[in-house]
Design a protein around this ligand. Structure first.
Ligand code: ZN
Length: 211
């Protein structure tokens, strides 16, 4: 369990990252920390990327409806404008933010702000997701939370996509993904390619376009 550090005479803030797969409880952990900051009478604000419109626009909603109000923003540079006088900034679904998010978090930390970032560390292909790897490199504190593999019951670190959609962003997670351990994730991909060879062709074509 993460406990808040306290430094007497601390001049700068710091960055905490909460990462893991789908269904691993990242948002719940973010909300837990923010609620404790509120109890300590600190000014708390939450932001999320505008792309995430699965739930109510004005809330960070975790899967058990344990929510805190939040502000959707289009670019991480808005954080610098909107957080004057804020002690603790929560950022949810950080993987969908722009590549400038790590630099902007560092600017905020230098201002004296505590930043708590939650996001998927890997996409459904098992690749580092958006700005998350760079955030993990510059953070003071990292917590990797785990889901439970829906096939074997071991700890899950991977988000397995059930649908055949080649886009990285699929909204409506509950139907589209399963949390899986490393072995079940890779077994699923192998079986999937045998059953649906068109999937490999589609993803190969997409990677060629990106290259
Ligand atoms: Zn498993």
């Amino acid at each position: 369990m993460f406990l808040e550090p306290h430094f007497k005479g601390q001049r700068s803030g710091w960055i905490e990252v909460i990462c893991g797969s789908m269904f691993s409880g990242k948002t719940e952990e973010l909300i837990r920390r923010l609620k404790r900051a509120k109890i300590a009478n600190q000014k708390v604000e939450i932001f999320k990327p505008k792309i995430d419109t699965r739930y109510d626009e004005a809330k960070v909603v975790s899967h058990d409806a344990n929510f805190i109000l939040s502000t959707p923003i289009e670019h991480s540079s808005r954080l610098l404008e909107l957080t004057e006088g804020v002690d603790v900034i929560g950022i949810d679904e950080a993987q969908f933010f722009d590549e400038e998010l790590p630099d902007n978090c560092q600017r905020l930390a230098l201002r004296g702000t505590r930043i708590i970032v939650a996001g998927l560390d890997m996409d459904f292909r098992g690749k580092p997701f958006g700005p998350m790897p760079n955030l993990l490199a510059v953070a003071e504190y990292i917590t990797k939370v785990h889901a439970i593999c829906q096939h074997c019951g071991n700890l899950a670190t991977h988000s397995y996509r059930l649908s055949n959609n080649p886009d990285t962003v699929v909204i409506g997670e509950k139907d589209a993904y399963e949390a899986r351990c490393r072995t079940c994730y890779h077994m699923g991909n192998i079986l999937d390619l045998r059953a649906r060879p068109d999937r490999k062709e589609k993803e190969g074509a997409k990677e060629r376009r990106l290259a």
